[in-house]
Ligand binder design. Structure first.
Ligand code: NCD
Ligand code: ZN
Ligand code: ZN
Length: 351
């Protein structure tokens, strides 16, 4: 049995309000606890994007009564809400911007990106979904504005190389990778069909190898938990995204058992760095106990996420979360949520 601090996932989509058929705050935060996460940060690409203080307050109100782990939020922008920034900046963990097509279609162009960079207050990072051609464009703006930026879900050798170079030049950059880009390739993607469809797409073995051999240049692991229903995935135009909260830690502990990384790496990538980069409040009595010895097969049916599917279904792993303690109280044990609905906190950045 190993003990770890309650893990932090800085990138989840819990879909409320507006798309509760995919996930809600109770199922999403239950999935977090079951996966060993005590804190999640939720993205703003809801059905109606979270681009005003009022929408943010409404979302927080919904979360208040329905969460079982701690949750914080990001703000969104399509470039026309700059006056809202000072009103929300102290309550959110950053602002999330989409420079490529993905779920929600909240795209912004270079001109808007620059205006947002100039307007966003310094304290919390700007997070970017930028892959492929939009990365050099973003790096140019980061260089000229010097605003702290986190690049989400880096998936290719090309992207990580550019980020490593930019970091060496002193740009205020951090980056994250997802478990699916660490454990699946385009070959798996072909077999998985719509269940292996996410943005960024799964890359080649060479790309994946490059991520693993440069783990030291990666600041954190983010699940990008992006639930969609089976019916949506089976439809003619399946949406992008896969769930990840309940599979991330078992996959990583399995990799530890194969000497691909260490328990200290897990602590650095899923606790220390997320906490430092995003100023996340934590408690020393929030921790998890994990059985890292007994092998088992990943089966999504008993998962708490509304997705009863996973691209990792059938994979043999070690690493099962046994108990989760939140501020000293046992909130999860042997597959059961013990926390009362609403007992998670709505958090804001520590200043
Ligand atoms: C995410 C979603 O479904 O909200 N989808 C995805 O494929 N990753 C959006 C995103 O993170 O790009
Ligand atoms: Zn994204
Ligand atoms: Zn995402």
């Amino acid at each position: 049995m190993i003990t770890l601090p309650g893990l932090i996932d800085i990138h989840v989509h819990l879909r409320t309000p507006g798309q509760e058929e995919k996930e809600d705050f109770l199922t999403g935060t239950s999935a977090a606890l079951a996966g060993g996460f005590a804190t999640v940060l939720d993205m703003p690409n809801n059905k109606v994007p979270i681009i005003t203080q009022e929408l943010l307050q409404q979302k927080m109100e919904l979360a208040r009564k329905n969460t079982v782990c701690d949750i914080g939020f990001y703000f969104g922008s399509l470039g026309d809400n700059l006056e809202e920034f000072p009103k929300v900046a102290s309550q959110v963990f950053g602002i999330k911007l989409y420079l490529n097509v993905t779920t929600g279609n909240f795209l912004i162009d270079e001109e808007k990106l620059r205006a947002i960079y100039e307007a966003w207050p310094e304290s919390q990072p700007i997070l970017l979904h930028c892959e492929g051609k939009t990365l050099p464009m973003a790096l140019k703006i980061i260089k000229s504005t010097n605003k702290k930026t986190h690049i989400c879900h880096v998936s290719s050798k090309e992207e990580l190389s550019q980020i490593m170079t930019a970091k060496k030049e002193g740009l205020p950059l951090t980056c994250g990778v997802t478990p699916h880009h660490l454990f699946l390739t385009d070959i798996d993607g072909q077999k998985l069909g719509p269940y292996g469809r996410m943005k960024p797409f799964l890359k080649t073995q060479a790309d994946q190898d490059f991520l693993w051999s440069n783990l030291d240049s990666i600041d954190l692991i983010e699940s990008d938990h992006a639930p969609h229903t089976k019916a949506e995935k089976e439809s003619e135009n399946p949406p992008f995204g896969v769930p990840g909260l309940e599979t991330t830690l078992p996959l990583l502990l399995t990799a530890v058992s194969e000497d691909k990384l260490t328990i200290d790496d897990i602590k650095r990538l899923l606790f220390d760095n997320p906490k430092r980069i995003f100023n996340i409040p934590t408690d020393e009595n929030t921790y998890i106990e994990v059985d890292d010895t007994k092998p088992y097969t990943l089966n999504p049916i008993p998962f708490y996420t509304k997705c009863k599917w996973s691209p990792f279904e059938g994979k043999k792993v070690v690493g099962k979360v046994k108990t989760v303690y939140l501020r000293g109280e046992k909130v999860f044990e042997n597959g059961q949520i013990l926390a009362e609905k609403g007992s998670g906190r709505i958090i804001s950045p520590v200043v």
